[in-house]
Design a protein around this ligand. Structure first.
Ligand SMILES: Nc1ncnc2c1ncn2[C@@H]1O[C@H](COP(=O)(O)OP(=O)(O)OP(=O)(O)O)[C@@H](O)[C@H]1O
Ligand SMILES: [Mg+2]
Length: 410
């Protein structure tokens, strides 16, 4: 059974939105904050402009008005702190390429782990761009379409630094690159190893010509996704903590960004071990803590997600993507139809109950998993609590309300 997101045509509105959008100053500054690059260079200067004196403010306006005329390609290059695409080896040093291991795949991309210059393990999500050749049976993404994933990844990653609504529950975005060239041999070797060990549903990426463009999103390594955890977790306490961490992260993002994930299947929930006993988050200025039970959760994959930056909405119009709504054989596929029922097939408006639908689905997956722990009285009680959550959670209007009212989290 393939549990990944059913294929869909990409219908992102973002590119026209960015081009036609007549911003008020505040909104444009928030949008640019989302689009501003995390690394050094012009963007740092830009940030200083926004926050400093009146003189700088006029400078900022001048610069940003010019920016509104940028093409989607130029916007993506700017995000990558680049003027043009670079050769692969300028962005990923040869010794880092040699260490790479393929860890996952989706319709649009291949994901490899390697280490970065600080020695940390990172995940590189590599997505072909703008080519005419189909990849994995789908058209390649355009620059405009990839801006959607870039903006949302950056906004959610930066929730770990916010003053009022703060969470570490979304995967950290470390860097971005746009490269040009054939797929490097080291990545193809890693691709083959994955294919031999696990089997790949994707096309072997050996057919790209030397003018092919790719975007590389460098993320923090988030652990193993629930779908690939062999249906097994350490204990029911871990399951409860996972549900708590996901609910808290969604609640924080709802409050800060009117965020809906819209595709939170178990391949998009990563789990890694931690020695920290407590995790914390800020919801509307209030500090909250939760028990980690030895695991940290990271939410990934925002291809269908929706958020707002002031009055600018970033969303993906899937209203005409028949296939997405036709899946059968797992509750996951019902969720796409249930979301559509609730929003009347309008995908730009905010319906935080979609987050609750995904929590309901996740809870059913967690209940169905196996647990290595001995069980015993505690385990029985938690199973009962999870079942109650499953029976009751749909009545809440949002992840925020579920977090605040569900007995499971009190
Ligand atoms: N930061 C990360 N850390 C660890 N593993 C990751 C990370 N990002 C992605 N993966 C792995 O790669 C897989 C595919 O990644 P992702 O879901 O982002 O790709 P996708 O192409 O958007 O998939 P989909 O077809 O569901 O849209 C994940 O299920 C996960 O196993
Ligand atoms: Mg995915």
């Amino acid at each position: 059974m393939n549990f990944s997101t059913p294929v869909r045509a990409s219908r992102l509105n973002l590119s026209s939105l960015l081009a036609d959008f007549t911003p008020n100053t505040h909104t444009w500054s928030r949008l640019k904050a989302a689009l501003s690059v995390i690394t050094l260079g012009g963007n740092l200067l830009w940030c200083m402009c926004v926050t400093s004196s009146l003189l700088s403010f006029f400078f900022f306006l001048q610069v940003e008005c010019g920016d509104a005329d940028l093409s989607d390609a130029e916007k993506v290059y700017a995000e990558c702190s680049q003027k043009r695409p670079l050769p692969w080896e300028e962005c990923i040093l040869p010794q880092r390429m040699k260490q790479c291991v393929k860890i996952g795949e989706g319709t649009f991309g291949e994901v490899f782990s390697t280490t970065n210059t600080s020695g940390d393990t990172v995940a590189l999500k590599i997505i072909p761009l703008e080519g005419t050749e189909q990849v994995n049976g789908e058209d390649q993404k355009t620059f405009g379409e990839i801006l959607h994933e870039i903006i949302i990844s950056k906004e959610l990653s930066s929730l770990k630094e916010k003053q009022q609504n703060q969470t570490h529950g979304f995967i950290g975005l470390i860097d971005l690159h746009c490269v040009q060239g054939c797929y490097p041999a080291d990545f193809l070797n890693a691709w083959d190893t994955f294919d031999q060990q696990k089997g790949s549903e994707n096309d072997r990426p050996d057919f790209f010509e030397k003018d092919q463009l790719f975007i590389i999103l460098e993320f923090e390594f988030g652990g193993i996704d629930l779908e690939n955890s062999n249906g097994t977790l350490a204990s029911l306490g871990v399951a409860k903590s996972i549900l708590h961490q996901v609910t808290a992260a969604l609640a924080v993002a709802e409050q800060e960004l009117h965020f809906e994930h819209r595709d939170l299947h178990w391949g998009n929930v990563l789990v890694k071990t931690t020695k920290e006993k407590k995790g914390s988050f800020l919801l509307n200025g209030a500090t909250n803590s939760l028990e980690t039970k030895g695991v940290l959760v990271r939410i990934i994959d925002y291809s269908l997600s929706r958020l707002e930056i002031d009055d600018l909405t970033v969303s993906c119009d899937i209203s005409k993507d028949e296939e997405l709504f036709m899946g059968q054989g797992d509750y996951q596929f019902d969720i796409y139809r249930l979301m559509r029922q609730e929003n009347g097939n309008n995908w730009s408006n905010y319906h935080p109950h979609t987050n609750v639908l995904w929590l309901h689905y996740l809870c059913s997956k967690l209940i169905s998993m196996k647990y290595r722990g001995s069980g015993g009285r505690g385990a029985k009680d938690i199973r009962l609590e999870l079942t109650r959550f499953y029976d009751n959670v749909l009545q809440y209007s949002s992840a925020t309300e579920a977090l605040e009212k569900c007995p499971l989290f009190q």
